[in-house]
Design a protein around this ligand. Structure first.
Ligand code: HEM
Length: 420
């Protein structure tokens, strides 16, 4: 029976996709396969939600202007986690109202255009030597030890140092940024159902204060950094308000942080569990660009994106009504056998890189070039400088999160460098 002939599913959350199930959190891909085969456009009537699991449907919705990102921010489901007890939006939610991924044109176009200038391929190429030196700095003290917690010691600090430097945050102020970013990620995760809202709000307040301070410094003495460039746009009148500027800084700090940490952690874990693929990279580091794309596909750091239907939309015989939300399971789309041959196999020499790990269409990840550069440099350095790298004695630990898929700990061992 094709999906279009099937009656709308009334199955319970738990039967099909239970995000609270530790087995699902550990390995969501078997569930995705079942959904794709048996109910690829899965309706959860109680929540007015549709889960889309096939590559073609996910990609189609991402480029369909009948779906909105903006109205998602007015959706009580999305911001349920972020409301105070009286129902008021907390600080984090109010900051997010200015975030470009939650805006439609024309606001999205204006915000994206202003920030895009700092993320051109030329800018990212220019960042490569600095990223390489941060990678070396992080690894250097560990080389003679022969083991580390890859997430704590490397994947966690790298992205925050890079984006904080790009924005122009002084080194002395960088320490707390990562914690605030983590607090925001947990407050936003659907699994937390509001339990971490206060931490998320506090983090948004503190981060905004920090950017306000740096902005005041840069207004007096501009430098060659992203914050100075955004201030120049703000000073040209109504193109960027101060609230939008500060919210954009918080967004950039947040959006690129845990996602990139997760790409590095999930990616290294996948390679260590597939030693044949790791060996290919060790023998031929020129495979690194393709390998990073494959790792993005294989265990995607962001597992879903969401859109709200602005009008009734029919997809393959199912009717998504105006006001209902489509949850686009990016991780499932990236394992769709209709698009990728043998999708559950890690293949660093795979040629098609049409994954949707960075989304698709107008909201395609602004930081994709930066994330790719960080991951390519990190991976190339790891295979060169950490010979014999293997999983450590303690098992990896997954973060309790479903949207952002990643690890909180990944112990590894390698041949220590001999002391001079
Ligand atoms: C491996 C790392 C990353 C992954 C997997 C990732 C994933 C994504 C995805 C899937 C979207 C689209 C969301 C949607 O359509 O609703 C997105 C958008 C975005 N990402 Fe990333 N991202 C990563 C790194 C970064 C970095 C390093 C930055 C910036 C420093 C960044 C900034 C953004 C921004 C600003 C948007 C919104 C773009 C828009 O609305 O036009 N991301 N990202």
């Amino acid at each position: 029976m094709s999906a279009s002939e099937r009656p709308p599913s009334q199955d319970s959350f738990a039967t099909w996709l239970n995000p609270f199930d530790p087995a699902f959190q550990d390995d969501p891909y078997p569930t995705y396969h079942r959904l794709r085969e048996r109910d690829p456009i899965h309706h959860l009537p109680d929540f007015s939600l549709w889960f889309l699991t096939r590559y073609a449907d996910v990609q189609a919705v991402l480029r369909d202007t009948r779906f909105s990102s903006e109205s998602a921010s007015n959706d009580p489901n999305l911001f349920r986690n972020l409301r105070e007890s009286g129902g008021e939006l907390g600080t984090l939610a109010r900051t997010m109202l200015h975030w470009m991924p939650l805006r439609d044109p024309p606001h999205h176009t204006r915000l994206r255009h202003l920030v895009n200038k700092a993320f051109t391929p030329r800018h990212i190429e220019a960042m490569r030597p600095r990223i390489a030196s941060i990678v070396d700095q992080l690894l250097e003290p560990l080389l003679e030890v022969g083991r580390m917690d890859f997430v704590r010691d490397f994947a966690h600090p790298l992205p925050v140092i890079v984006i904080a430097e790009m924005l122009g945050v002084p080194v002395a102020d960088q320490a707390e940024l990562k914690q605030w970013s983590d607090d925001m990620a947990l407050a936003l995760d659907p699994l937390q159902v509001g339990a971490r809202r206060a931490e998320g709000d506090r983090a948004a307040v503190e981060m905004t204060k920090l950017f306000q301070r740096v902005a005041e410094d840069r207004r007096r003495a501009p430098r060659d950094d992203l914050l100075s460039a955004l201030l120049a746009a703000e000073e040209q009148g109504d193109r960027l308000s101060m609230d939008e500027l500060l919210a954009t800084c918080v967004l950039l700090l947040f959006a690129g942080n845990e996602t990139t940490t997760n790409l590095l952690g999930n990616g290294l874990l996948a390679l260590l569990r597939n030693p044949g693929e790791l060996a290919l990279l060790q023998q031929d580091p020129s495979l690194v660009r393709g390998a990073v794309e494959e790792l993005l596909r294989y265990d995607s750091p962001l597992q879903f994106a969401a859109r709200l239907a602005k009008e009734d939309v029919e997809i393959d015989g199912r009717m998504l009504r105006a006001g209902q939300r489509a949850v686009l399971l990016l991780g499932s789309a990236n394992h769709d056998p209709a698009e990728f041959s043998d999708p559950d196999r890690l293949d660093v020499r795979r040629h098609d890189h049409r994954h949707v790990a960075f989304g698709f269409g107008m909201h395609f990840c602004l930081g994709a070039g930066l994330a790719r550069a960080e991951a390519q440099i990190a991976l190339e350095t790891l295979v060169r400088r950490l010979p014999g790298i293997t999983l450590g004695a303690d098992p990896p630990v997954r973060r309790p999160s479903i949207a952002l898929r990643g690890l909180s700990s990944l112990p590894v061992e390698f041949e220590p460098r001999r002391a001079h």
